[in-house]
Design a protein around this ligand. Structure first.
Ligand SMILES: Nc1nc2c(ncn2[C@@H]2O[C@H](COP(=O)(O)OP(=O)(O)OP(=O)(O)O)[C@@H](O)[C@H]2O)c(=O)[nH]1
Length: 215
């Protein structure tokens, strides 16, 4: 298991597009967040490509290709075949190859988003694959998730708590959930999002542009 922390000072010497991981439990809104981030990065002049991971289909990639938000050729699909975290942590070769291929096809690409298949709270990304990664959980998954101290929640560079619009319907005190997440992460960055209304998405794009692309 890769236990390194993702301090930008420890980045590998690979030249090319920055690679960003997006992990999190099944259905937390990883693809929805990507669909919101695509126009946000376009508005910031960032040249983007995307790699998706699904178990045995290319469903997420097809959804993004059909969205009309991005040139479909800039979206690659990796079929993990089995445990999703195997291909983002233990052996990320397939994902590295997919990202390399996109960079070769589109030499102007500055940023590659790599979406993991839905996984459990223990999933983390190898820093051989990504330079920086987000972990997306959602309000409807339960306000106790931050308290469970899963490695995904603790180790990511940015914790995203999505579906804030659902808090009143699932009996979640959003302020308390956010406070517990901040405590679990010892104050490291966190974002609250509603991908239905786009709330919180621009702040994530701004953070990535400044913290990862150094612009
Ligand atoms: N109400 C609400 N629904 C959301 C939000 N974000 C995503 N959803 C819905 O949640 C469901 C799952 O979203 P996805 O983007 O497919 O989630 P995912 O994490 O990519 O799912 P997997 O790839 O299957 O793990 C969809 O029905 C989305 O429309 C949000 O902020 N609010």
């Amino acid at each position: 298991m890769d236990t390194r922390t993702s301090s930008l000072s420890q980045l590998p010497s690979r030249v090319g597009a920055a690679r960003i991981g997006i992990g999190g439990p099944v259905g937390s809104g990883k693809t929805a967040l990507i669909e919101r981030l695509i126009p946000a990065f376009a508005a910031r002049g960032v040249s983007l490509a995307i790699v998706t991971n699904d178990l045995v289909t290319a469903e997420d990639a097809e959804r993004i290709r059909r969205s009309g938000l991005i040139d479909p050729a800039r979206v690659a699909a990796v079929e993990a075949g089995a445990c999703p975290h195997t291909v983002i942590r233990e052996d990320p070769t397939l994902n590295i190859a997919a990202a390399d291929d996109l960079e070769a096809l589109f030499p102007d690409v500055e940023l590659i988003l790599i979406e993991s298949g839905g996984d459990n709270l223990a999933s983390t990304f190898s820093l051989d694959l990504v330079d920086w990664w987000m972990f997306v959980i959602d309000v409807a998954g339960g306000d106790d998730i931050p308290r469970k101290n899963g490695p995904g929640v603790l180790k990511c560079d940015l914790l995203v708590v999505n579906k804030t619009d659902l808090a009143p319907y699932v009996g979640v005190d959003l302020a308390a959930m956010a406070a517990q997440a901040a405590t679990a992460r010892a104050g490291r960055p966190m974002a609250l999002t509603n991908c239905r209304s786009n709330d919180g998405v621009d702040a994530i794009a701004d953070r990535i542009v400044s913290d990862v692309l150094f612009r």
